[in-house]
Design a protein around this ligand. Structure first.
Ligand code: 13P
Ligand code: SF4
Length: 328
């Protein structure tokens, strides 16, 4: 079932916001009234990040979701992130502003084809990047994020075969860092692989003093050029602690919101995307489906809600918990 069909099956329809509602004030009021928590990824718009109780990368958000004592979780990110929060919180209500906010990586792994790959390598340990559906998590031994992928692979005995899915660029990066041979699923993030090497070269000529910092979902050719590679949180920490003051940031442009707040005196340049991309920088169209109005509606109507069958949730929980234990 694709997300659109699933949205229809759970009865999700776009709802209109009651007239005259002052969104920010009402979101804050509803959050208190309903004992709700708003979790947001760095890639959503700044105005949503400002309303969130926690803003972070995928690992930080999973850890925050695991710890929350709220009754209602509103996850501003993409669908697999809402699913992850639900996997960790089966008794809490988890809603997302837009049920159709997907992810090219999560979409790249159909269950039947993944089962076929596993059947070809029955003794392999399956490591899946958190950017995958709950169904794929349920077929996984241990989840990883971009923060801990190297550490997770290193935690697996050296004599074991490893399937790594679905991000092949992250997989190649991890293989290079660990010296391990990985059986890769050839998925990719549509945003990170669209960052233009040619335009980066021009920028580097214009700003020779700039450090290039990149997310490991970028293509290998870009990672080879990078002065530093890390998850979104790691990139943020890098610009905060580096003695340098100019950075070309090769990841989704949403991270610049927190970076600018944190190091207002530094010069941050978003990495440019290819010509065919309509915006000059790299933006995830799915993350940008989160709007203030949809956030308000999600809180107000407590819809659309993420629900998972226990037959999926329980094995997916085991794989996520295995990661959280290694990363504790
Ligand atoms: P991190 O949150 O691990 O940095 O991954 C980025 C991403 O693409 C999330 O969709
Ligand atoms: Fe998926 Fe890439 Fe968007 Fe992250 S930025 S949600 S990996 S498409």
């Amino acid at each position: 079932m694709n997300l659109q069909e699933e949205a229809t099956s759970v009865g999700y329809i776009a709802r209109s916001t009651p007239k005259g509602v002052e969104l920010i004030t009402e979101i804050q009021r509803l959050k208190k009234e309903k004992n709700a928590v708003i979790l947001a990824h760095y890639y959503v718009d700044g105005e949503i990040q400002e309303l969130a109780d926690y803003v972070g990368d995928s690992l930080g958000l999973s850890q925050a979701a695991e710890k929350t004592e709220a009754d209602l979780i509103v996850f501003c990110g993409v669908h697999f992130m809402g699913e992850t929060a639900k996997i960790l919180n089966p008794t809490k209500k988890v809603v997302v502003p837009d049920f159709n906010a997907g992810c090219s990586l999560a979409d790249s792994v159909p269950v039947a084809e993944f089962a076929a790959l596993k059947a070809k390598h029955p003794n392999a340990v399956v490591v899946s990047y958190i950017n995958c559906s709950a169904d794929i998590k349920a077929m996984t031994d241990i989840i990883c994020t971009s923060s801990n992928a190297v550490q997770i692979v290193e935690s697996i005995p050296a004599d074991r075969e490893i399937i790594f899915a679905p991000d092949a660029n992250l997989g190649r990066y991890v293989a290079h860092k660990t010296g391990r041979e990985l059986i890769l699923w050839e998925g990719a993030c549509m945003v990170h692989i669209d960052i233009s090497l040619e335009k980066l070269a021009v920028l580097k000529q214009e700003y020779p003093e700039a450090l290039l910092i990149a997310h490991p979902e970028c293509k290998e050719v870009i990672l080879k050029e990078a002065d530093y590679v890390g998850s979104t949180t790691a990139l943020l920490k890098f610009v905060e602690t580096s003695p340098k003051s100019t950075f070309i940031v090769a990841t989704e442009a949403g991270i610049l919101h927190k970076m600018k707040q944190s190091v207002p005196h530094k010069h941050l340049i978003p990495a440019p995307a290819n010509e065919q991309n309509t915006c000059a920088c790299s933006e995830c169209p799915y993350m940008k489906m989160n709007t203030l109005e949809k956030l308000y509606n999600a809180l107000y109507y407590e819809l659309p809600e993420i629900n998972l069958p226990e037959a999926t949730r329980v094995p997916a929980y085991k794989a996520l918990k295995a990661m959280l234990e290694v990363s504790a």
